[in-house]
Ligand binder design. Sequence first.
Ligand SMILES: [Zn+2]
Length: 165
Amino acid sequence: MIKMKENKKLCTLCKRIVNGNNTISLPNFIQNKKDDLYILNEAVIHVDCIPNFGHKDKLHYILGEMKKNTAPKDQQCIVDGTFSENFDDMLSLGLLSSNPSEDIYMYNFLNIKKSNISLWDNQERFVRILKELKTSNSWLSDSSFNLIDYLISVFDITTINNLTD
Ligand SMILES: [Zn+2]
């Protein structure tokens, strides 16, 4: 039996040891187990292995987006175009899908102030897409925290309004 030393990490793509040179460490960036990039959550990979990866175009896309969109100072509200001084008010959706043919894809890396949700002209459409995704077979949450349920609860303000009518 081969026993791995605990400090040796393996590249998720080639299963060989990574030694820190020319490697990328990925964060927990996708909560959907059915996404093509889910296997790369919290993975370490060799840069040289990317060209051989079957979903390399999707990976290049998210690496590019994560680079330009993660710092709080770069998060610009889609409704009023302002940057938030109150980070608790800014919702940054991150990656929702790596699949361009899914409706939710256009909302990847969206930043919006919670206080502006009711003013967002895409709010109803976004909630409809979330609800469709929830009942489809294309989303499987990776933990007890279900991102789709959470987003519906935050964005579905019409439900709240209807209750008070
Ligand atoms: Zn590798």
